[in-house]
Design a binder for this molecule. Structure first.
Ligand SMILES: *[C@@H]1O[C@H](CO)[C@@H](O)[C@H](O)[C@H]1NC(C)=O
Ligand SMILES: *[C@@H]1O[C@H](CO)[C@@H](O)[C@H](O)[C@H]1NC(C)=O
Ligand SMILES: *[C@@H]1O[C@H](CO)[C@@H](O)[C@H](O)[C@H]1NC(C)=O
Ligand SMILES: *[C@@H]1O[C@H](CO)[C@@H](O)[C@H](O)[C@H]1NC(C)=O
Length: 617
């Protein structure tokens, strides 16, 4: 069974690639692209569920994961991401807090679990130290909250500020809803430790967001500044002061200026690369203050610096990925981490492509808020690439140029999410990366951060934005100084959330007895050809083609030739299987090539359904 050449061309399908004797169809993912609105309406709930699946103790993939602990991915080998990273977890919880604020009150429980888990993790002695001796910079832990002691790129000084920002967002929500004493008793002591870590260590080198370069890093510095500004504000609300926040924030902001090269943001002071790196865009969206002007000093998403940087970073991926070939400047492309990347093959990532969209939605929000767009020498090339007649000047919101530019930026931003749509596989699960030539998902499966990044970008597209944070409240010192301020640190002792702040019922998690399994198989068939599933267990015909199960072609289209079958099987069942083809009017059976496929039906708590996606081989 091979793809017909004509249809192959139409679908962008490459020929079978034979490697090491095993034939595997390499194809571009034939996700039928439709309206982006429709895609996001369908995909966002899937991504939301993908996040919940990765949080203990009741997520579908969280067997053995402590309550509130967010795993990076269920993938346990090649790569093994079955750990909790402080950074990934904080960014994910920040998204969940925004969902909570936007109306999903039941998330409060999960967020409280997360904060309780972080209170425990802060006290776990680890290779970076203990609570007051640098241990908060430890990047990752085992899912049972024990220290990871193998060698690793440590410390990573973005974890504490990101965690503080997420907790402060939740604290502000509680205060707004009359629960200030809960913030005072439980959250503030945990936040204060992270703020102390930032004010003590911001002026020391760190491993970067990608855990590779040991130097100073724009992303880390940017979120450190934000954490101290927000920490100061929370302290005031509670009637405390954070003196060290106040003394260090101006110096961090001063240091932040040094990453600007004149044409782009330097991602890391070390590393020996071009410095163009999507971590700078992540730093920009991590600094987004919806009430801010297009402020260059804090690198706001609509600032001239951040827009110039966006163009430089995105353009660095245009020529290096085959799936971007022929896409002109000013149109969206698949975005990776940095052009020199070779990790797992150095492919584009979902979360970085989403970040490119998110900055632009943030910028649109800010332009509408401030009521004008300024085009100057720094950002002119960015604007020209999407709006060729752009010229330096100020365009107020009552002008047609303003409206035309907003519309061009929105089209550009949507383009990045459409790239994600195009390379979302038939099972709708987002891995870490997608192949630079074929678009096939690869590296860690169901990456929590991929889901959070897509949904955060979708929120911004819908003008759902985080709370303002007074990004411009700090005066820039005349001269930068190398400074530090120490403490206080204290073991957080209270995680007894008052029942009044909890939703009444926690959904109990029962391990499934039966799991509804859906098989999707991409098979290009001609009229009169039918696809069956046959396997080693009686439910799948015990390898007898006469008892094989007929799959359905109800969703089959030439753009997405998917045969489907749903069957309920006992949890924990292991079996082997193959797809077979029978043709009308013939008794011949066409078997897939060896080896047999195998599958273990999940038995994890919460895993009541599962999906298996395959290409005919
Ligand atoms: C709200 O969050 C809960 C998890 O706490 C989830 O099960 C539910 O689907 C969410 N509701 C919406 C509308 O997203
Ligand atoms: C510390 O701060 C000074 C002043 O901004 C700066 O020159 C230096 O590079 C910083 N070092 C680190 C490691 O952050
Ligand atoms: C910060 O920005 C806001 C909004 O533009 C402005 O009203 C306020 O005066 C600014 N504050 C400072 C300290 O610059
Ligand atoms: C596949 O399973 C069948 C039935 O158990 C067996 O006869 C066959 O040898 C298996 N094929 C391979 C390649 O292992």
């Amino acid at each position: 069974m091979l793809f017909q050449p004509t249809l192959c061309a139409a679908l962008g399908l490459a020929a079978l690639i034979v490697q090491g004797g095993e034939a595997r169809p390499e194809t571009t993912v034939p996700h039928a692209t439709g309206s982006l609105d429709d895609f996001l309406a369908a995909q966002s709930p899937i991504a939301f569920q993908g996040i919940l699946n990765n949080i203990g103790p009741s997520g579908a993939y969280s067997e053995g994961v402590n309550p509130g602990v967010v795993i990076a991915s269920p993938s346990k080998q090649d790569p093994d991401y079955f750990y909790t990273w402080v950074r990934d977890a904080a960014l994910t919880v920040q998204y969940l807090v925004e969902e909570l604020v936007a109306g999903n009150a039941s998330l409060q429980f999960l967020i409280q679990d997360y904060i309780s888990s972080q209170a425990r993790l802060q006290t776990v002695e680890n290779p970076s130290g203990s609570l007051s001796s640098g241990g908060l910079g430890e990047p990752k832990f085992h899912v049972d909250e024990t220290a990871f002691t193998d060698s690793w790129g440590r410390p990573q000084r973005d974890g504490p500020p990101l965690r503080a920002i997420a907790m402060i967002s939740f604290a502000n929500y509680l205060i707004d809803n009359g629960h200030q004493s809960t913030v005072e008793d439980i959250i503030w002591p945990i936040v204060r430790n992270d703020l102390s870590y930032v004010s003590q260590h911001w002026n020391e080198t760190t491993f970067d967001i990608w855990e590779e370069v040991h130097s100073s890093s724009f992303f880390t510095t940017a979120v450190q500044y934000r954490a101290l500004v927000q920490g100061s504000a929370l302290a005031s609300k509670l009637g405390h002061t954070c003196d060290n926040c106040g003394s260090q924030a101006p110096q961090i902001l001063c240091f932040l200026q040094s990453y600007w090269t004149g044409s782009h943001i330097l991602a890391n002071t070390g590393g020996g690369r071009s410095g163009k790196d999507v971590s700078t865009i992540l730093g920009v969206i991590g600094s987004f203050d919806p009430n801010a002007d297009c402020d260059d000093v804090t690198f706001q998403p609509c600032s001239a610096r951040a827009l110039a940087n966006h163009k430089q970073v995105v353009d660095s991926f245009r020529s290096i990925y085959a799936i971007n070939a022929g896409i002109p400047s000013g149109s969206a492309v698949a975005v990776g981490r940095y052009p020199e990347d070779v990790y797992q093959g150095g492919h584009p990532w979902y979360l970085t492509t989403a970040a490119a969209a998110e900055q632009l939605y943030d910028a649109i929000y800010q332009w509408n808020h401030v009521g004008h767009i300024d085009i100057n020498a720094v950002n002119l090339d960015f604007f020209k690439s999407i709006y060729p007649s752009a010229a330096e000047g100020t365009y107020t919101s009552d002008s047609s140029t303003f409206q035309d530019i907003i519309s061009a930026v929105r089209t550009y931003a949507d383009g990045f999410l459409s790239v994600i749509e195009k390379y979302t596989p038939p099972d709708n699960l987002l891995a870490e990366q997608f192949h630079r030539e074929t678009g096939i998902p690869l590296s860690a499966a169901s990456l929590t951060w991929s889901y959070a990044a897509l949904n955060t970008a979708a929120q911004r597209r819908a003008s759902i934005v985080p709370s303002p944070w007074n990004s411009n409240s700090t005066d820039l010192p005349d001269k930068c100084s190398a400074t530090s301020a120490t403490g206080p640190y204290a073991t957080p002792t209270n995680t007894a959330w008052p029942t009044t702040t909890q939703p009444p019922e926690r959904p109990a998690c029962t391990p499934p007895s039966e799991v509804t399994l859906t098989f999707n198989a991409l098979v290009d068939t001609a009229f009169g050809q039918n696809i069956y599933l046959v396997g080693s267990i009686p439910e799948l015909g015990s390898w007898d083609p006469a008892n094989a199960l007929l799959m359905s072609a109800k969703s089959w289209t030439s753009g997405n030739p998917v045969w489907t079958l749903s069957i309920s099987l006992p949890a924990g069942t292991s079996f082997e299987y193959k797809f077979i083809r029978k043709d009308d009017g013939s008794s011949d059976v066409v078997w897939e090539s060896d080896p047999n496929r195998s599958y273990n039906v999940p038995k994890d708590c919460g895993a009541n359904t599962a999906t298996v996606n395959s290409w005919w081989r």
